[in-house]
Ligand binder design. Structure first.
Ligand code: DGY
Length: 348
């Protein structure tokens, strides 16, 4: 439960202390005002409403920049998603009352951290709680791409499926293959664990080598260049930063074995779209499974035109359990901030 010093604005219904009647008896509450930019799970909104003065978005429309700034007037914190691009310009226009941005996301590339820091705005994210869901989706992308799920589904739904033969819809087997992971953080490690269920040999690269117990047998490579030739499947799980923008470019794709499969459930910015599409068209790569894109939802049209892409609409964390957990984690961070404690997931 959060309270805010010295500011009162909220009217609650209470029972009159001396009588038996329930009446509108205005008391002023002292709760911080939270601007919630998107519709959140019911249990999350219930907790927000109970502990805060929550400005919700019941019809879940995407706020324009002006609308966001207008609705933020007098608020103490924002609870946005990655759909809100909190650029330096937007952060500069936020009212002085905003003390925190408690993201409903593990990714925070949509927030200009330097601008937030310069204004003394605390920024938090929601790590850990979405690792299982995102790793599940990553395995689905690998299977979907390798077993030509988009083509197969289309054939059945469109009634174009006519026949069966030994050469019909033949894909690539995942079992026993080598999986390379770029970014061996929480999601990467869970993906590796699930992939071991398919007897895959795990290779990874990250900014530094992990302790042996966290590697769990995964083979470390000290650069993407060293990793790529060992990847029958490549899964991208690194964060999107200026350093990782277009990390998977034409030169690096050329280092993958022929017929490799690329999957991305992290951020679109990590991939050079033109280079990936060219490699899928030329047959250098067998297929790609993608859940995160540049410029969502107006993705590069080339992906839609290819039959060897398995495309999902950024749903890595979209399970009931995980969406609740993300919301609660964001509220935990707000609770800490308004209680004067250090939030668990502070990124700035
Ligand atoms: C995340 O948490 O970063 C997911 O991509 C959803 O925003």
């Amino acid at each position: 439960m959060a309270a805010r010093n010295g500011r009162r604005r909220h009217v609650d219904k209470v029972e009159k202390p001396s009588g038996t009647n329930i009446a509108e008896y205005p008391i002023m509450s002292d709760k911080p005002v939270i601007l919630v930019t998107r519709k959140l799970p019911q249990a999350v909104e219930d907790r927000l409403r109970s502990d805060y003065e929550a400005r919700l978005n019941p019809d879940d429309h995407l706020y324009t920049s002006d609308e966001l700034i207008e609705r933020a007037q007098g608020a103490d914190a924002l609870l946005p998603c990655h759909t809100e691009h909190l650029s330096a310009e937007i952060i500069g226009r936020l009212p002085d009352s905003i003390k925190a941005v408690a993201n409903f996301s593990v990714g925070f590339d949509h927030v200009d951290l330097e601008a937030a820091k310069a204004r003394g705005i605390i920024v938090t994210n929601t790590p850990d709680v979405l690792s299982d869901a995102t790793a599940e989706l990553t395995i689905m992308l690998m299977l979907g791409a390798a077993r030509r799920a988009s083509e197969g589904e289309h054939l059945v739904r469109s009634q174009e499926w006519r026949d069966w033969s030994p050469s019909f819809m033949v894909g690539i087997q995942m079992t026993g293959k080598r999986l390379g992971i770029i970014g061996f953080g929480r999601v990467g490690q869970v993906t590796a664990k699930r992939a071991r269920g398919f007897d895959m040999e795990i290779h990874y690269t990250d900014v530094r080598r992990l302790p042996r117990e966290q590697e769990a047998g995964a083979i470390y490579h000290d650069s993407p260049e060293d990793l790529l030739p060992h990847c029958d499947f490549l899964a991208l799980h690194c964060v999107a930063t200026p350093e990782t923008r277009n990390l998977l470019n034409a030169e690096r794709i050329a280092l993958l074995p022929d017929d490799a499969i690329v999957v991305n459930a992290a951020r679109g910015a990590i991939i050079d779209d033109e280079a990936l599409i060219a490699a899928l068209k030329s047959g250098k790569l067998a297929a790609a499974g993608i859940d995160a894109y540049n410029n969502e939802p107006d993705i590069h049209p080339g992906y839609r035109e290819l039959v060897n892409t398995f495309l999902m609409p950024h749903i890595g964390s979209a399970t009931r359990e995980t969406r609740d957990a993300m919301g609660f984690r964001a509220i935990d961070n707000l609770d800490a901030i308004f209680a004067g404690r250090e939030p668990r997931d502070r990124v700035v």
